[in-house]
Design a protein around this ligand. Structure first.
Ligand code: R5P
Length: 222
């Protein structure tokens, strides 16, 4: 199976999960990225069952609207039963690195509201120790040099993502060379650096389940 076929399989499994667990009339949280895009396509046939979706990025908003799925402002929503999103890396504890597409902050906000976070990923994303994928950190532009110096003190090699601006008007530092043995501790520590908006570790709010695409079928973790 190709990587896209694995992503499609987990996206369909997530749509089936939503159909089973999100009550009719509820609002679905939708992540960002290539795997989340397959999920949006799989969700489209179910759209009349739900009130709409909350999008974790402008790209996701456009794709949802392209399918005729109403997109709601998170400030008008109290309850998101299920949030579905991809990951760049995930470990056995369902901690994740996210933000390869730069949408980490809005993803973290939607995930904070959601009751259940369903991570969808092809098998290549499952790792023993996270950190091979450079950790994205969203930074207020005037704090770039200060935050980079602080990240070096933590043992990382930050690199500005060239020419990239987040949906929130900020920049991304991708931090190379971290072996993340304490994901919760590192997530909290990086978020303490003045000028950091948030970082791509999802360990303080990990996924609740992961639907993992393998050539043998979709495995459920968690
Ligand atoms: O900012 C992007 C998101 O965190 C994505 O969910 C993550 O990068 C995974 O993307 P993909 O499904 O394209 O591998």
């Amino acid at each position: 199976m190709t990587q896209d076929e694995l992503k499609q399989a987990v996206a369909q499994a997530a749509a089936d999960y939503v159909a089973k667990h999100a009550p009719a009339g509820s609002i679905i949280g939708v992540g960002t990225g290539s795997t989340a895009n397959f999920f949006i396509d799989a969700l489209a046939p179910l759209k009349d069952r739900y009130k709409g979706a909350v999008a974790s990025s402008e790209a996701t908003r456009l794709r949802l609207e392209g399918h005729g799925i109403p997109v709601l402002d998170l400030n008008d929503v109290d309850d998101i039963p299920v949030y579905v999103d991809g990951a760049d890396e995930i470990d056995a504890g369902l901690n994740m690195i996210k933000g390869g597409g730069g949408a980490l902050t809005r993803e973290k906000i939607v995930a904070a509201v959601a009751k259940t976070f369903v991570c969808i990923a092809d098998g290549s994303k499952l790792v023993e120790t996270m950190g091979k994928f450079p950790l994205p950190v969203e930074v207020i532009p005037m704090a770039r040099a200060h935050v980079a110096r602080e990240l070096v003190k933590l043992g990382g090699r930050p690199q500005e993502r060239a020419g990239f601006v987040t949906d929130n008007g900020n920049l991304i530092l991708d931090v190379h060379g971290l072996a993340i043995t304490d994901p919760k501790g590192l997530e909290a520590q990086i978020n303490q650096i003045t000028g950091v908006v948030t970082n791509g570790l999802f360990a303080l709010r990990p996924a609740n389940i992961c639907l993992l695409g393998t050539p043998e079928g979709v495995r459920t973790l968690g």
